[in-house]
Write a protein that binds this ligand. Sequence first.
Ligand SMILES: Cc1ncc(COP(=O)(O)O)c(C=O)c1O
Length: 343
Amino acid sequence: MQGEQGYHDHVPVYASGSEVLQKLEEKWKSTKQQRYPAMYSSVVGGIILDPSMMVIPIDDHMVHRGHGVFDTATISDGYLYELDSHLDRLLTSASKSKIKSPFSHETLRAILLQMTAASNCRNGSIKYWLSAGPGDFLLSTNGCTGPAFYAVVIAGAATSPAAAGHPRLAAGVKAITTTVPMKHPFFAATKTVNYLPNALAMAEAEELGAYAPVWVDDAGHVAEGPTMNVAFVTRGGDLVVPAFDGILGGCTAKRVLALAPRLVDAGVLRGVAVAKISAGDARRCAEMMFVGSGLPLLPVVEWDGKPVGDGEVGKIALALSNLLCEDMKAGPDRVLIPYDETS
Ligand SMILES: Cc1ncc(COP(=O)(O)O)c(C=O)c1O
């Protein structure tokens, strides 16, 4: 690759696809960047294993207009965790975004299972997108050739920082309240590719030495994090998950809500609630945590420079983390979808 100066009078022109492919192959060979073991593209109509060819068209409306939705799922020891809940949310986001999925839920699921099997990946995550599709650079979708579906496998246990023994789980993380304006509730509750506010809020948190930001809405209620929900444990022992009004309905937070009654039965929690919670009440809680598919749960020990509870990792956060991690390894069939048997 030539230096910046070289571009001032000579930008290389590659007329043939094979030259471009050679350049892309060189890039992937020379970079330390993670290689992705598999991609699916409905434009190609199949699974791609060569990272140099994992591309999407530049005239795709998801690229130049942000007209696309996406979702994820965790790969856990040969299973896709909670795939159906994530696919339901993808299709809801698509329909709210006027994107007609080219495939049914069952076909999307079959594609994702076969892509993950073809990747030979045992731990990591998948990401997938439904887009208004390629066609032109206008705003209207009338010129698009039809909606597109793309997906990719991201290998590596690093996507799960809360794996047992991980320092972030052991020590807890810091949160800040972000000053970045919140998305309008319609857009916050739809998982579109427009994550600029989320990226800016994350940058703000990182600049302040925190792990992640938290939004508090105009009415003073705690909303969510940039790619995660939040949850609290009151001093009386109730788990409170902020109501999913105007924020993303997190699949992991919903799974926590399904599993947490076990801690009530065990006498560890007093109750479980989904409710609006003011930032003031939240700051008086004994425990706070981030919850989301990539984590799946991280205790928050400091919020806006003040300790949460006693400033230590809470025992209920750890108990919930254990329940989630167990569920990811040995949960019911409906949450653990095997992909190896499809190969
Ligand atoms: C804005 C936002 N909130 C919450 C979540 C948590 O959702 P989930 O548990 O389904 O990953 C995510 C992640 O998708 C997100 O992007």
